[in-house]
Write a protein that binds this ligand. Structure first.
Ligand code: ZN
Length: 144
């Protein structure tokens, strides 16, 4: 075999190796994605089993489930507290300049642009507006 023939064969083999490597890499990605999907499905089914059990047995669960139901109750109570806190934080306060209702989360009055001082927020929070219409100050300003 002469030099050029050997060179041609080497180049061809290198090309074939690159093709094999690319195909293998694609196969790896494909199988990894399939594994991810299977794991997602297992998690989903497991979650639905748990939801169904909670629904059917929240008042007559076996002893082994006690800690889960206890934890669930504690987290639900903590969540309710946080949601209450969030509603409180979103209560309306009034702009010291124009009197427009503003949200406690606003840095500036949406009506007149006055900066809302942090200490003013604290002071105003003691006289929270309780019209309870569920709208932010900004939404009410836009209505006018
Ligand atoms: Zn204002």
């Amino acid at each position: 075999m002469d030099f050029f023939e050997q060179l041609r064969r080497n180049v061809t083999q290198a090309g074939q190796t690159a093709v094999d490597k690319a195909k293998k890499a694609a196969d790896i990605l494909k199988v990894r994605e399939q594994i991810r999907q299977d794991k997602r499905e297992i998690r989903d089914i497991t979650y639905r089993i748990g939801k169904t059990y909670i629904k059917l047995h929240q008042n007559d669960y076996e002893e082994e489930y006690e800690k889960y139901f206890t934890s669930l109750k504690a987290v639900k109570e903590a969540l309710a507290e946080k949601e209450k806190e969030l509603r409180r934080l979103n209560e309306h306060i009034r702009c010291t300049e124009c009197g427009a209702e503003i949200s406690a989360s606003d840095d500036y009055c949406p009506k007149c642009g006055t900066a809302v001082a942090f200490d003013a927020k604290l002071k105003e929070e003691e006289t929270i507006d309780t019209d309870g219409d569920g709208k932010t100050g900004q939404e009410e300003c836009e209505e006018e």
